[in-house]
Design a protein around this ligand. Structure first.
Ligand code: 3HC
Length: 318
């Protein structure tokens, strides 16, 4: 294709983005747009699937059948979100096997938050309330993203995330209205998960190599810092209702800004965890690699069945 032809395709593409049109899989897109979406959507999918691990540990330890059922439903949802997002990534011309290999080899990232251990039952509440709450903040913005399959996947995912966040908040409300020991367990949990939850939104905008271009392509409708600030503003009043203290001595309502001012994030901790040196990075990837290996027979059986079906349909069609 000549340079002139590419230039005109790029101009048509930019005009479509400017008109807020959705870009669909079979339509022309800049190679960098395609690659950026494979990067972000696949890492989003990896996060959903790895995110099942800290919670999976608590299914057999849930304090009641009702809590167990809600946790099971939430974890199953997360697996479904992962499959949805892997399918959205596949529309950009990458195979599921390549995506899984990128996760297992460490080439692809997943959300830093899932490299922290869930050590008490209160963590199941905090993960639902803070982690899914942060995910919702990010994902609601992604419902307006320019890539069609990604935007549409977000609609269903956001609906289910709302249940995740509410069931988490209800766990904490129960603990905070319980015995002093239960309330203390909830406070300990928020002390451990608050700052890693703020890190979920990514580095500061000034330190983000991807945000500027992603905003231009309307992949990101809000920046990392904008979403982080909205999350803090929304979450602090909820913590007040629980009677829990946010572990940030600099947290203070700024009447002029109409936002909460908050303390400095430990970006060294963030990048250490992103680079694989968090408390649970190795454990998480080992678990994913083992699950994929142990599940090979299921994939082989499903493929064999599909092939047999296909042959039958071909025979019938002849
Ligand atoms: N954890 C791990 N890596 C992170 C990260 C985090 N919290 N935040 C940023 N990074 C990585 C980025 O992937 C990027 O590395 P890469 O170029 O190799 O991919 C680098 O740090 C620089 O960050 P940028 O801000 O420039 O990168 P992005 O523009 O991609 O922004 C993001 C990061 C805000 C996480 C964006 O990718 C995004 O919105 N992703 C979709 C949402 C998502 O993945 N959420 C994860 C949680 S899903 C979840 O919680 C499930 C729920 O059900 C519990």
């Amino acid at each position: 294709m000549s340079e002139k032809e590419v230039k005109s395709l790029e101009e048509i593409f930019e005009a479509r983005i400017a008109r807020d049109e959705k870009i669909e899989p079979k339509e022309w897109m800049p190679e960098k747009y395609r690659k950026t979406h494979i990067r972000q959507i696949s890492q989003h999918a990896h996060s959903e699937v790895v995110g099942m691990l800290p919670e999976g540990n608590w299914i057999t330890r849930a304090p009641s059948l009702r809590r167990k059922v809600a946790l099971l439903a939430k974890i199953q949802d997360e697996g479904g979100h992962g499959l949805y997002l892997y399918s959205a990534a596949e529309t950009l011309g990458i195979s599921r096997d390549e995506l899984i290999e990128q996760l297992h080899s460490g080439e692809a990232k997943y959300s830093s938050i899932f490299n922290y251990p869930a050590v008490t039952w209160a963590d199941m509440g905090t993960v639902g309330w803070l982690v899914d709450g942060a995910a919702i903040m990010n994902q609601v913005a992604l419902m307006g993203t320019s890539y069609g399959p990604y935007a549409r996947a977000m609609v269903r995912i956001c609906k289910e995330e709302s249940f995740h966040q509410r069931q988490g908040y209800e766990i904490l409300l129960t603990l905070c209205n319980g015995t002093p020991e239960q309330k203390e367990m909830a406070q300990d949990s928020i002390n451990r998960w608050w700052w890693p939850s703020l890190m979920m939104f990514g580095p500061r905008d000034a330190d983000s190599p991807n945000t500027e271009q992603s905003v231009k392509w309307k992949l990101k409708r809000k920046t990392n810092d904008e979403l982080r600030q909205a999350f803090v503003d929304q979450t602090v009043p909820q913590a007040n209702i629980l009677g829990l203290t946010i572990p940030d001595s600099k947290l203070k309502w700024n009447e002029e800004r109409k936002h909460y001012d908050f303390g400095d994030i430990d970006w060294n901790e963030f990048w250490q965890v992103v680079k694989g040196h968090g408390p649970c990075n190795k454990q998480r990837i080992d678990a994913r690699v083992k699950a994929h290996k142990d599940g090979k027979w299921v994939r082989d059986a499903a493929m064999a069945f599909a092939e047999k079906q296909e042959n039958k349909e071909v025979k019938l069609a002849i």
